[in-house]
Design a protein around this ligand. Structure first.
Ligand SMILES: C[S@@+](CC[C@H](N)C(=O)[O-])C[C@H]1O[C@@H](n2cnc3c(N)ncnc32)[C@H](O)[C@@H]1O
Length: 183
């Protein structure tokens, strides 16, 4: 009986790990030194709502809350890092605790987000480019390792022996009111 339960748990961990890898990227946590760089690149303000799409064990979100973000929200589909994040939440004071959901981020509502962190595989970038259309005007997107196709970064963060961070400022096309006078 105990063996069956153990087997089921290991199967669930492995299955959800594979789903994450298939969907956008497997769980590979950002290095501690790069967490600090992510936070610096985000230039987090006390009004910011920070989201990590595929948050792993939540390390970027805990750091964002410590840096003073109003809210930090993460979505994770792989069970093991999600549970680690929840355990960390238990030991984190409520005022600096992020919200972490066991959920597919492609279906998440990101309309209130002002800073987005992404560390995903390039195979998911086509889909990601559609998802970021749901972000509000002026939101900052910080992407790890790879440049996003067809987008010009506002700033590139480089450090010795570290991977690059690309920051984008998202702008939706200005809409011209139908009644605007033609000059
Ligand atoms: C490369 S890891 C990055 C983890 C974390 N952001 C960090 O920097 O430490 C990518 C994470 O995205 C998760 N993931 C992939 N597709 C997902 C999806 N559709 N919904 C939620 N999480 C997903 C994976 O399980 C994995 O933990």
């Amino acid at each position: 009986m105990v063996l069956h339960i153990l087997f089921a748990i290991i199967f669930l961990f492995m299955f959800t790990f594979v789903i994450g890898g298939y969907s956008a990227a497997p769980w590979v946590p950002a290095r501690a030194s790069d967490v600090t760089r992510f936070i610096e690149a985000g230039e987090i303000l006390p009004t910011d709502v920070v989201v990590d799409l595929g948050c792993g064990d939540g390390r970027l979100l805990f750091a964002a809350m410590r840096a003073g973000a109003a809210e930090a929200i993460g979505y994770e589909i792989s069970l093991l890092p999600y549970l680690i994040a929840q355990v960390r939440c238990l030991f984190t004071p409520r005022n600096i605790r992020p919200k972490i959901y066991f959920r597919n981020f492609w279906k998440a509502d990101v309309s209130r987000t002002t800073v987005v962190y992404t560390f995903l595989m390039p195979k998911s970038f086509d889909h990601l480019l559609k998802k970021i259309n749901e972000l509000p005007n002026g939101a900052r997107l910080i992407n790890y390792v790879w440049e996003l196709p067809g987008m010009t970064p506002e700033k590139i963060f480089e450090a010795p022996k570290s991977l690059k961070l690309y920051r984008y400022r998202l702008q939706t096309a200005p809409t011209i009111p139908a009644t605007a006078p033609l000059n």
